[in-house]
Design a binder for this molecule. Structure first.
Ligand code: SF4
Ligand code: SF4
Length: 436
């Protein structure tokens, strides 16, 4: 591929846990399973206080089109339905289950019987799968675009460009066969002709393992593409351009370019789900940061509280000043470790004051670095100014909706201006103005 690359930045990889084989975390005493784990309508609890539940049992669902069911990650007894503040600042309903540690599996957990596209889409919905690369968009909706007959390519996003996170890297080494099986399953039922797996060059062992498994499978229509280790290589629009050369404007869906894009974790889950029927009840995550005693990659039951996860990793070494759900670039700094793990979490990072990188904002010096860092050549300074003036027309002209909030501009800014976050506010201002 000799095409010109999009603007990108170098960030220190800090992949400290890349050699840490995944451990399985024991089931905690209680789990707190959120009914809001995807973009779209939240689920309503289908269980009540006092009910006994088993692993894989549906405990929440919604009639809305954009939604996915939620399953119990444990066996035990429902001890409450609570409302609690979410990581995003809203209020979520949580089904609280006291675990019996027996991990009895629900009778409904069986490999799905699938004979065509409709059954496949239904099975994907039943599995509870949502985008596991961060967006948490229900996968059955993504896999069923109106123009599916024009879609011929699957792109598997295995870039993992966020610093510190290595859970996808470990998945590629430890669960390679399920990735290939997941790709073949999606290609078969959506009638796709070609699949690419995009992996950054800083994971040579994973690239080799994937290539070996593809050769063993006898499916040369699956191809591994080695991408530069640059941020934000894993952003949907960046990955599509770097692999196919197709530009995807804001508001355009990959399907309109003939592409279905899925995160590698979602694809491996499909590979396993079609063999076992076990829905999405656990997540492989990276726990790291200088405030954590024993950083690890672990598989954790969904609904486990972050403090339980940290305790499994040896507890805090010293008081954390910043805890992040996800990576340091696009993750969410959270106000407390008293929050439960949800489906799309891929990391918990805890940093002390020394590493938390909390810096004072100073005045813009018009250096232009933010503009040169932006993959879409947006003008972050001008966008920030328009946001501060609540100037919706200017925000629109400057294409605020094209910003994917990757944070590259803020990362390179010597004045430490929160440029990506300002664009989030700018989008809200524009949306509000356009709704009037
Ligand atoms: S946060 Fe937005 S403006 Fe800043 S670099 Fe990323 S896409 Fe460009
Ligand atoms: S990088 Fe920061 S200081 Fe430089 S032009 Fe952009 S906002 Fe101003």
């Amino acid at each position: 591929m000799n095409r010109k690359h999009l603007n990108s930045i170098h960030v220190n990889h800090n992949k400290n846990t890349e050699k840490c084989s995944t451990e399985i975390m024991p089931v905690p005493d209680k789990v707190y399973i959120s009914m809001s784990q995807h973009i779209g309508a939240p689920c309503k609890p289908l269980v009540a206080k006092g009910d006994e539940v088993k692993v894989g049992q549906v405990i929440g669902d919604s009639d809305a089109f954009v939604s996915a069911p939620i399953h119990s990650s444990v066996s035990g007894k429902v001890v409450g339905i609570e409302e609690a503040r979410s990581a995003a600042g809203g209020v979520d309903q949580l089904v609280v289950i006291e675990t019996d540690k027996k991990q009895e599996v629900a009778e409904t957990v069986k490999p799905p019987v699938v004979s065509g596209k409709e059954d496949f889409i239904k099975a994907v919905r039943d599995s509870g799968l949502v985008g596991l690369g961060g967006a948490s968009f229900p996968t059955h909706v993504k896999y069923n675009p109106k123009n599916l007959d024009e879609v011929d390519t699957l792109i598997v996003n295995a870039a993992e460009c966020e610093p510190f996170i290595t859970s996808d890297h470990r998945l590629m080494l430890e669960d390679t066969r399920n990735i290939i099986d997941g790709i073949l399953t999606v290609m078969k039922y959506l009638d796709l002709k070609k699949a690419y797996i995009g992996v950054e060059s800083n994971k040579p062992d994973a690239i080799e393992k994937l290539k070996e498994e593809i050769t063993k499978s006898g499916h040369p229509e699956i191809e591994v593409i080695t991408l530069r280790s640059r941020y934000p290589q894993g952003a949907e629009r960046v990955m599509i351009y770097e692999i196919t050369g197709k530009h995807m404007d804001a508001g355009v869906l990959p399907a309109q370019l003939g592409i279905i894009l899925s995160n590698v974790t979602s694809i491996a889950f499909i590979g396993e789900y079609f063999k076992t029927g076990m829905p999405l009840i656990a997540k492989r995550i990276t726990v790291d940061g200088d405030a954590v005693n024993s950083p690890k990659n672990i598989i954790v039951p969904i609904g486990t509280k972050i403090y339980d996860i940290i305790n499994f990793c040896g507890g805090y070494k010293s008081e954390p000043k910043k805890i992040i759900m996800g990576g340091p670039m696009m993750g969410r700094a959270i106000f407390s470790d008293n929050l439960p793990l949800v489906k799309n979490n891929n990391a918990i990072l805890a940093f002390t004051k020394d590493k938390a990188d909390i810096q004072m904002e100073t005045q813009c010096i018009n250096c232009g670095r933010c503009h040169h860092a932006c993959p879409f050549k947006l003008m972050p300074t001008a966008l920030s100014n328009a946001m501060e003036q609540r100037d919706a027309d200017r925000l629109k002209k400057l294409k605020v909706m094209s910003c994917m909030e990757c944070g590259s501009c803020a990362y390179v800014c010597p004045a430490k201006r929160p440029l990506g976050f300002n664009n989030k506010l700018g989008k809200a201002i524009l949306k509000e103005a356009e709704s009037k």
